[in-house]
Design a protein around this ligand. Structure first.
Ligand SMILES: [Zn+2]
Length: 142
């Protein structure tokens, strides 16, 4: 998750928008409520659509290393093709240029898709009694 940056959260309680820290992103990922940076009220991502988008971000994080490998392979293949005689020098330059251009376009798109603002709803934290009851039940099961 550390590769994902630029995700912001909007607090429904104090109406502030802030950059989410890695631990807050982790909390969202495991569906745990966490404190707002400003008003410290308990926040949770309740919107299922946004939650699905958020979970899909993991796949976007793989785009960057994947594209680096793909671009390097294309550049290498163009060089070999020129060396073998399949491509002219101009052809090799064109292929390399298109590969590098496509590389940056895809990364730009991936970064654009990763920039999102999550609408966080204020939830009431679990009362202590309830937590104690959960703990007692767990202990009783052992
Ligand atoms: Zn807040």
């Amino acid at each position: 998750m550390t590769a994902v940056i630029g995700i912001r959260g909007h607090c429904a309680h104090c109406d502030m928008t802030f950059e989410l820290k890695p631990w807050q992103l982790n909390a969202i990922a495991i569906d745990e409520p966490f404190g707002c940076t400003y008003c410290h009220s308990c926040l949770q991502l309740c919107c299922h659509k946004q939650l699905r988008q958020f979970r899909a971000l993991d796949q976007w994080a793989l785009v960057r290393p994947g594209m680096i490998i793909l671009t390097c392979a294309t550049l290498l293949m163009a060089l070999v093709a020129e060396w073998v005689g399949l491509l002219s020098v101009i052809g090799q330059l064109n292929v390399s240029l298109i590969a590098v251009l496509a590389h940056f376009l895809v990364l730009r798109y991936a970064r654009h898709r990763q920039k999102m603002t999550l609408n966080l709803q204020a939830v009431s934290p679990l009362p202590i009694e309830q937590l104690a009851r959960v703990a007692c039940t767990r202990l009783g099961q052992q």
